[in-house]
Design a protein around this ligand. Structure first.
Ligand code: TYM
Length: 328
């Protein structure tokens, strides 16, 4: 029987952080044995915010190298750049004609991003979720493993697929999301009311995968907790619960086991131990990343081969869509 298909992606903007890893990439690596997987570096999406060209190019390669370092074998998975497969943009245009302004207006990420980028609220920022729907639908994707913040975008992709199918017959598979039970929303260390984000101005809020062990420990030591010195997982303790989540994800201990591990600890000791657990878990991945990013010829080979594979996989859907809508 043919394997089901997974598609997911990350932006090429800035460095990856532990939210990207624990909320998404960690599950990608777990699921990849059972599925045919495409993991894309969504560099076109990154253009919605003004980028320095050389930095964007470098970041895109860096994200791809992290994919491999975090356990995605490029022989088994198609790891590629979105901009290398023009069908993404082509399908996005077509789908934009089947997406309502009202739907896009409701997207909370558009509202958040426009509030942060008042000087550059461009049309790409608005139609961003249509390109994301095209990414997914282009490959007849069954499952989309993402963090919690992509829930609404995923719902839109499903709505657009269903609408299109209603008009033209069964052209697209309607994809399901995979949002992990633990780690789907890693919060900012010093403001645990908001999610960890690479564009955060406060660097202490975010643990980058490329942070040195010293920096990681320092950031965890400064994480915001609360005033009652009790380590338990609860909605009224967002800082502590976030640290327990991170610890649970990197050690494989359940939340209950994690709470038990710290039954005798104070907050200072707890934060240090969480930081140390993250450093230890990241170490082999960092070594692999450092090796890969220096191996230019190998990465170039992976990139070229995967682009060809992704173009080939996208072609049948694109042909069906063109025929369905009546393009000559
Ligand atoms: P991006 O680049 O913002 O994030 C990549 C992945 O990381 C997850 N994530 C988090 N998970 C837990 N806690 C956090 N604090 C956290 N921050 C980010 C995201 O949910 C995501 O899974 N629009 C997407 C990229 C995209 C895409 C796609 C994803 C474009 N096309 C098609 C899936 C399918 C984005 O900006 O992700």
């Amino acid at each position: 029987m043919q394997k089901k298909i997974i598609f997911s992606g990350m932006q090429a903007t800035g460095n990856l952080h532990i939210g990207n890893w624990l909320g998404a990439a960690r599950n990608w690596a777990r699921l990849c044995a059972e599925y045919t997987c495409l993991y894309c570096v969504v560099d076109l999406h990154s253009l919605t915010v003004r980028q320095d060209p050389a930095t964007l190019r470098e970041n895109a390669r860096s994200v791809l190298a992290w994919y491999i370092a975090l356990g995605l074998d490029p022989k088994e998975n198609t790891l590629y750049f979105q901009s290398h497969v023009s069908a993404h943009a082509e399908l996005s245009w077509i789908l934009s004609c089947y997406t309502y302004m009202g739907e896009l207006n409701r997207m909370t990420q558009f509202k958040d991003k426009s509030a942060k980028n008042e000087a550059n609220i461009n049309a790409g920022l608005f139609t961003y979720p249509v390109l994301m729907a095209a990414d997914i639908l282009l490959f007849q994707t069954d499952l989309v493993p993402v963090g919690d913040d992509q829930r609404q975008h995923l719902e839109l992709a499903r709505d657009v697929a269903q609408r299109f199918n209603q008009v033209y017959g069964e052209i697209f598979v309607v994809p399901e999301g995979y949002i992990p039970p633990v780690g789907a929303r890693i919060m900012a260390l010093q403001s645990p009311g908001k999610k960890m984000s690479k564009s955060d101005e406060n660097l202490y809020n975010c643990i980058f995968l490329s942070d040195s062990p010293d920096v990681i420990i320092k950031k965890f030591k400064r994480a915001v907790t609360d005033s009652d010195n009790e380590i338990r997982f609860s909605e009224d303790k967002p800082g502590i619960s976030n640290l327990l989540t991170v610890y649970s994800c990197v050690t494989g201990r359940s939340i209950d086991q994690s709470v038990a591990d710290f039954a005798q600890s104070g907050y200072g000791d707890f934060k240090l131990k969480v930081g140390e657990a993250v450093v230890e878990a990241l170490l082999p991945y960092r070594r692999e990343y450092d090796r890969l990013i220096a191996d230019t010829a190998y990465l170039d080979g992976v990139i070229a081969e995967a682009a060809g594979k992704a173009r080939h996989l996208a072609a049948p859907t694109m042909a069906r869509v063109r025929t369905a809508v009546g393009l000559p």
